[in-house]
Design a binder for this molecule. Sequence first.
Ligand code: SAM
Length: 294
Amino acid sequence: MTHGSLFHRQGRGERHRPVMNNELKRILCYLNEKHGLDFFGYRASMVQRRVGQRFLFTKCKNYDEYYAYLLENPDELNNLIDALTINVSRFFRNSLAFEYMADRILPAICHRKKETGDHSLRVWSAGCSMGEEAYSIAILVHEFLKEETLKLGVNIFATDIDGKILEKAQQAVFPFESMKDVKFRFLKKYFSFTENAFQLMPEIRDRVLFSVYDLLDNKSSVPSESIFGDFDMVLCRNVLIYFNTAYQDKIFDKLYRALTQHGYLVLGEAEIPSPKYERYFRRVNDCCHIYQKI
Ligand SMILES: C[S@@+](CC[C@H](N)C(=O)[O-])C[C@H]1O[C@@H](n2cnc3c(N)ncnc32)[C@H](O)[C@@H]1O
């Protein structure tokens, strides 16, 4: 696998960012060989920081020592993957975006469905971590459809590169930190509190289908579970920030293809379409990062 060119072909605004050295690349090559995971397109500063945390933790002095440690301790690879895939999330993160989805986007999608006679609603949470985002949208869809005369079949797909986090997502048990932005009425209605954690009701939990999917996978444009994509809404939030421009472009290409005509792309607060893709999306309002495919 040759990745050298990517490290030097940095995109706009990345000219002064750190570049990965050969010792660090060797560690990522090993990870790629063993697990097929591609971290070469992650921002160098983030990778340096995260691998650095692991070599300090394992009491290694530098990347070379840490590489030797990895060869001798195969279990450490899982710790490294954990360190590189940042799983922080919470329900209704950036609540304004969720308010906007509930207030404007879902009604707009529904209006179009009535016009076209298509009675299915398809959503993809890409880079879903422990499922907080996918479950948040499942709650909103559930609330919305209760008031709506149109009967829609709903498919919510949630994917992540990290299989271990998806096992937890399926259990749908969350600590208090994940719940800080949940409205009290939703908390009462959709969660039970047991053993210092919040359990999501099966009614919502069972609406989301989780699967492992690497957004950098070259062989497919959508997760195989979704069969054909054609999503009305794709949420890919707080994932793109970790990638360099070349890899962001690869992901935008995938997200663009995954969306149905006039579908919506919801990004994180610090994310915008990469320069190559900005002309393919229209920002729907000024206060949150929701874009419509044009
Ligand atoms: C910070 S979390 C974001 C969770 C949620 N979207 C949110 O905004 O709260 C980033 C997630 O992206 C996942 N991720 C990182 N690289 C990925 C890739 N190449 N393909 C799919 N998921 C990836 C990580 O495992 C992690 O769970």
